[in-house]
Write a protein that binds this ligand. Structure first.
Ligand SMILES: [Zn+2]
Length: 298
């Protein structure tokens, strides 16, 4: 019996051991990336799922507790989380993850950010005044961010620095190959004209050579209005776009409506990990995005 208990405790020991770095990610893509680089040394938590709009989240007490216990907070930034992250950080009062510390990482600040506006007047409803925060839709951005993320992990947990370095090298080798394969596969998408619900896809469009011709939101963050949709319906009556894209958390009625009136096919694309049955990790996410675009383009 004693022996059985000893054996059981040996089996359970690795499962019960504390993670070296506790990571609070604002969005699933950063939790997934942290898992790729941190492997067994990290415990990752995502504040949002692929079925939630990261612009609008409640600063729940359970999230405050997670931030209080975190060693690293990783978020898109550029005001994507302005409605809830500052509240979480303030209430959690965890000095290790405050902006400016090595335990705080804003991913959109690491890459070239599109569409920063000089018009600081937000009365028009534009929720991307600091530029577009949805940087994860270009896999090349993810490679850049992975490098800085690994650096932070080495800094926060020097004892396992070699493991983070090795996992980064392994990830980047596989990721670069995957990017080449996606680019080759997606070459026929170049020049396709897209209408998107929200301005979620500007980085994907640049990467694949897609051309955005309209958004269902008149201004980023302003829900599609009947007036704006009617204008689009008249403008695209004779076609003029190859597909209408929405994300799983966006109301399908607007894209349904426009698709019915214009005959332009609509499709739902996962914007992050977990956004479809297949998109279980970062690799599968882009497999899914490319395949769905190709299927819709036929
Ligand atoms: Zn946005």
């Amino acid at each position: 019996m004693k022996r059985a208990i000893l054996t059981l405790s040996l089996i359970l020991a690795p499962l019960l051991s504390q993670a070296d770095i506790k990571i609070f990610a604002c969005e699933p893509e950063w939790a997934a990336l942290a898992q790729e680089i941190g492997q067994q040394h990290v415990d990752t938590y995502s504040a949002t799922t692929a079925f939630q709009d990261p612009h609008y989240i409640q600063a729940r007490p359970s999230l405050i507790a997670k931030v209080r216990n975190a060693d690293l907070v990783i978020c898109s930034g550029a005001e994507l989380e302005i409605g809830w992250l500052p509240v979480l950080l303030q209430k959690a009062n965890n000095r290790d993850v405050m902006p400016g510390s090595s335990g705080y990482l804003e991913t959109s600040g690491l890459v070239e950010r599109f569409d920063a506006t000089t018009n600081l007047d937000r009365s028009q409803g534009d929720i991307h005044p600091q530029g577009n925060p949805h940087v994860q839709s270009d896999p090349r951005n993810i490679a850049v961010i992975a490098k800085t993320l690994a650096e932070r992990m080495r800094e926060l947990d020097p004892a396992n620095a070699a493991d983070y370095q090795a996992a980064l090298a392994d990830f980047l080798a596989r990721w670069d190959l995957a990017i080449s394969a996606w680019e080759e596969k997606g070459v026929s998408l170049r020049g396709k004209l897209v209408i998107t619900h929200h301005k979620s896809w500007v980085y994907l469009e640049r990467w694949l050579g897609l051309i955005e011709v309209a958004n269902l939101e008149a201004v980023p963050g302003l829900p599609p209005t009947v007036g704006h949709l009617s204008t689009l319906s008249a403008k695209f009556e004779q076609g003029g776009a190859d597909f209408i894209i929405r994300s799983p958390y966006q109301d399908a009625r607007a894209s349904n409506w426009l698709s019915e009136r214009t005959g332009i096919p609509e499709l739902e694309l996962p914007l992050t990990v977990g956004g479809s049955d297949r998109a279980t990790d970062l690799f599968a996410l882009f497999d899914e995005i490319i395949d769905k675009l190709l299927a819709a383009a036929k």
